[in-house]
Design a protein around this ligand. Structure first.
Ligand code: AMP
Ligand code: MG
Length: 968
């Protein structure tokens, strides 16, 4: 290919067809000598491409490329490796004669070529996969627009960077006009060689992707006769090169039979075969849709095959007909009281209440509250410390027929004041000790301790009340993105159906011991309280200090024989750490299940736990959920196998949350509410019996977030828009990707912070990590990683950085690392992102000022650079490519390093570590990395797995090296 191109092949066939018979018969060449040679063309091109011609073409391309994202973020199966390997495969594409004919007719009618129509269709596909509305697709062009060169064999082909603009959700017809304009503009400026463009534009060098575009489209139309030679039988042979030049290349040609045939070449580091096959199916479906309805808006054109649509919307949402108990929570509780009156219902420190005792006290409370006018849908505030009274109070409010508004006393006074006022509660239950912390208001206050005597004179009988399952049970306030909390209205029916629908998964029973670990103002607590009460279990109210002390909590789990544990991942990792750090403290726990919820779980961090406890006892389960849909939505049993592999290439990008629980439906939709295909990220929408009534006093917001269910035939059904991104894995499990508003852009790259966090967590010495994008100044963000390191390991910024550089593209490697002891948690036990410390001002790794070489290896490298680059002074933080380096010079540097240092550095390393500082650290580390694990005995396992990875990695590197030798 370096001396010829596709068009040349046609010329070659033509010439061979003429020459072969002539030579066989002993005749001289029948072909006239060529008037020009390729060298003449090359000479002419150089002369011509100067001054104004060059300037004018460059100006055009610069303007075309301006504002395009540096990478088209296709939803890949595997994270993008730091260095492209160009491993690839192909999948066939066929367009029926009927659709092909339709495409021809459409093109004709719109005054465009078939190429333009196919390109526009491909752009729609890419838009639907990525959400990008502006991006570039590369396309080869024969570049034989002068008659003299038409019959020449040589490398004339050029690559055009075709700008796609799909903004504003145009119809396909309108898009076609835009595509035509861009293509015509490109043809008019096709002479500027692509490599020249790259040279001039100097896009950031990044080994993880090709510059300017990563996806190519080609419609082959070079003339090519069939090769026929006398006395020979010839057959074309298709070669599987096993390579991919780009992330994706769609290559099409018209076939004699009236069809379009072609292939999709895909990078196998990024995509699985099945994913490429789906993409091709989607393209074919899209073409069909375009032919039949070219006036449809591009977001609404069909993409899914009927089978996939059925799978996504119906098969993966099987709603078993769960009959919800037609009762209120306290009525279900009363049924349990009748069954096991003497069983312990709740314990706090050394106090216990049996079911009968708890029932009696709650009844007295309820009767009293009824005298204050509490009844169905009446809200009652409750602000109490963890205690038995808390449970009596909650139950009493429900038994009175009302709904509780939990006010966590640790919340700031203003927030409490807002919630009290917004809820319009007329009665507040509290304790004397908290009176001072409460905002002033004219609400009726009842202290559960001081005023109990008024309650104690009430009847102990179950009160008669009339709430129905559709009446409110509680109103929990969640933070709004605007900063104003909003009260979510949850009914009895919402909660009772949750606990009956999930019973097939958990089989809760009278032997279960649960903890109330979470704040009762966080809806995880609803599950923690009603789980035991509806199934006859025992509830341990965990004292506040113990919730904040993992060691003490571990002891409590052991002492009380807790069987069902609910935790945010952040809290659980601190608990698991107790075992890891103090092996002498390991106790036989009675846990049978641990349920995660509330925030993304980085499964890889569970590995040590699985290694100690195995897969099934306890069973770990990840549940995704939201206050607005009543605690839990999905269910995913975790195993060591699901914890991924050590190899980052196979690691998941997000966090698997499984499938919807039996009476809920999940839909992953694009911004136009169309279902996204498997593997493509979309916003999670939830339908079914868990949906809240809405927000208190916020009809506008309720209408915005609770929308009509487009997929239901039952009138009045709604969908809740979660603001979370997720995608379907091919097996139907859902992978949570993050909050839509957590997505950040840095230098134009769209970044999922969770992806960096999960790669960090795979480092054997990292216990926990959080990554934030920090605004340095407006428009200038940088990534900061907060890392909790394993305590018996020395871990440095450069070790982490180097390890991340092995697996993540450059733009995803944080520029600052902050080591902290533990991650701060919110009152709900989720990571408190706002509570993370600022990194200190020193940014040594980013310093661009001149620093002279310090070590002998730095000096040696700096000498080589200054020789090759012809400059006097090279600082250790100077970027090779900023101070005049280019890929040819890097080959020189490489061979000089080989001479002096030996085989330590590959040419790829020069791109990956483009400063003296980074490169010398890399060289040093190759020999010494394992020594930095000064070990305690349980390190040995990690070390051996680590050296296994090191070995794999060095093999990969050797692969690069030999590949590069060949190229060089
Ligand atoms: P809240 O309403 O306070 O419970 O917060 C709900 C949000 O927490 C969801 O929208 C998710 O962003 C996040 N979340 C809850 N459970 C999970 C989970 N299992 N994995 C990842 N994120 C979760
Ligand atoms: Mg919420």
């Amino acid at each position: 290919h370096i001396v010829s191109d596709g068009w040349s092949l046609g010329v070659f066939v033509e010439e061979l067809t003429a020459l072969y018979p002539a030579f066989v018969e002993g005749r001289p060449s029948p072909l006239p000598p060529l008037p020009l040679q390729y060298a003449d063309f090359a000479h002419w091109q150089r002369e011509w491409f100067q001054g104004e011609v060059l300037e004018q073409q460059l100006a055009y391309w610069k303007q075309q490329i301006e504002g395009l994202p540096p990478v088209l973020e296709l939803p890949t199966d595997h994270p993008r490796p730091a260095v492209q390997s160009f491993r690839g495969a192909r999948h066939p594409v066929t367009v029926s004669a009927e659709v092909t004919e339709g495409l021809h007719a459409l093109s004709h009618g719109a005054g465009v070529t078939l190429f333009m129509t196919l390109l526009a269709a491909f752009q729609v596909l890419l838009y639907r996969y990525t959400g990008h509305t502006k991006f570039a697709v590369g396309s080869p062009i024969a570049n034989r627009n002068r008659a003299d060169i038409e019959k020449m064999i040589g490398f004339f082909v050029n690559t055009l960077v075709l700008r796609a603009d799909l903004s504003g959700n145009p119809t396909f017809q309108v898009l076609l006009a835009r595509t035509k304009e861009a293509a015509l503009g490109a043809y008019a400026h096709q002479d500027l060689p692509f490599e020249r463009l790259v040279d001039e534009l100097q896009p950031v060098r990044d080994m993880s992707h090709s510059p300017l575009f990563q996806v190519m489209f080609a419609l082959q139309n070079a003339p090519m006769d069939e090769l026929m030679l006398p006395g020979l039988e010839l057959q074309p042979m298709v070669m599987e090169a096993g390579t991919a030049k780009f992330d994706l290349t769609l290559d099409m040609r018209e076939h004699g039979s009236g069809t379009l045939e072609g292939s999709l070449e895909y990078n196998t580091d990024l995509f699985e075969r099945a994913t490429a096959a789906r993409l091709v199916d989607h393209f074919e479906a899209l073409l069909e849709g375009i032919v039949s309805t070219p006036d449809r808006r591009i977001a609404d054109l069909p993409l899914l095959t009927d089978a996939e649509r059925h799978q996504l919307l119906i098969d993966w949402n099987v709603s078993e007909a769960v009959v919800p108990p037609d009762k209120c929570l306290h009525q279900l509780f009363e049924a349990q009281v009748a069954k096991t009156p003497e069983a312990t219902a709740v314990s706090f420190e050394d106090q216990n209440l049996t079911y009968a005792e708890l029932n009696a006290r709650a009844n007295q409370m309820a009767h009293y509250l009824q005298t204050l006018g509490v009844g169905p849908d009446v809200l009652v505030g409750i602000c109490v410390n963890r205690s038995l009274e808390m449970i009596v109070g909650l139950l009493g409010i429900l038994k009175a027929g009302g709904a509780y508004v939990p006010l966590d006393p640790s919340y700031p006074k203003e927030r409490l004041a807002f919630m009290l006022q917004d809820s319009g509660a007329q009665v507040l239950l509290t304790q004397v000790a908290l009176l001072e912390a409460l905002p002033a208001s004219d609400i009726k206050i009842l202290c559960l301790d001081r005023d109990w005597k008024m309650v104690a004179i009430q009847s102990k009988k179950n009160p008669i009340n009339h709430p129905q399952p559709e009446h409110l049970a509680y109103v929990i306030y969640t933070s709004g993105s605007t900063g104003r909390p909003k009260g979510t209205l949850i009914t009895h029916g919402n909660v009772s159906r949750l606990l009956s629908a999930t019973q097939v998964c958990f089989h809760f029973n009278e032997d279960d011991v649960w903890t109330l670990f979470h704040s009762y103002a966080f809806d995880f607590s609803v599950w923690e309280i009603w789980g035991p009460f509806l199934y006859g279990g025992r509830l341990i109210v965990v004292p506040y200090w113990i919730t904040r002390s993992p060691g003490a909590f571990y002891e409590l789990l052991y002492r009380e024989g807790v069987t069902v544990l609910n935790q945010t991942p952040s809290a659980f990792f601190q608990l698991a750490q107790v075992e890891q750090e103090q092996p002498d403290k390991i106790r036989p726990l009675a846990l049978r299940c641990v349920i995660f919820g509330g925030e993304a779980l980085v499964i890889d961090s569970l590995r040590p736990w699985f290694e100690r406890h195995g897969d099934h006892r306890p069973q770990l389960i990840n549940m995704y959920g939201i206050t607005e849909t009543t605690v839990h939505v999905t269910y995913f049993p975790l195993t060591l196998k699901s914890a991924g592999t050590v190899d980052a290439r196979h690691a998941m990008r997000g966090s698997p949350v499984g499938r919807p629980i039996p009476d809920l439906q999940v839909y992953l939709l694009d911004p136009y509410l169309n279902p996204v295909p498997t593997g493509v990220s979309g916003e999670l929408h939830i339908g079914g019996a868990g949906l809240a009534r809405g927000y208190l006093n916020r009809p506008d917001l309720t209408a915005e977030r609770f929308i009509p269910n487009l997929f239901s035939t039952t009138p009045g059904e709604r969908l809740y828009k979660t603001g979370d991104l997720a995608r379907y894995l091919p097996d139907g499990n859902i992978e949570y990707l993050g909050r839509i508003d957590h997505q950040v852009k840095i230098r134009g790259f769209r970044i999922e912070l969770g992806e960096i966090e999960s790669v960090l967590a795979q480092h054997p010495a990292v216990r926990d990590a959080v990554v934030l994008a920090q605004e340095d100044s407006p428009n200038d963000k940088r990534l900061v990683a907060y890392v909790v390191a394993d305590s018996d390991v020395t871990l440095s910024t450069s070790m982490l950085r180097n390890s991340l550089m092995e697996t993540l593209p450059d733009y995803m490697v944080p520029s600052a690392f902050v080591f902290i002891e533990t991650l701060p948690l919110t009152p709900n036990g989720k990571v408190d992102r706002k509570g993370l410390p600022e990194p200190d001002g020193s940014r040594p790794e980013l310093e661009n000022t001149y620093v002279s070489p310090r070590t002998s290896i730095e000096k040696l490298l700096a000498d080589i650079w200054s020789q090759v680059l012809g400059i006097k002074q090279v600082g250790i933080h100077d970027n090779f490519f900023d101070v005049g380096g280019n890929s040819l010079l890097s080959v020189k540097v490489y061979s000089k390093i080989q001479e002096k240092v030996g085989d330590e550095v590959s040419i790829v390393d020069l791109f990956q570590y483009p400063t003296i500082c980074a490169l010398s650290k890399h060289v040093m580390q190759k020999g010494s990395q394992d020594l930095s694990f000064q070990g305690s005995r349980d390190r040995s396992k990690i070390r051996s797995s680590r050296s296994a990875t090191m070995k794999q990695k060095s093999e990969v590197r050797k692969g690069h090296r030999s590949a590069n030798k060949q190229t060089a």
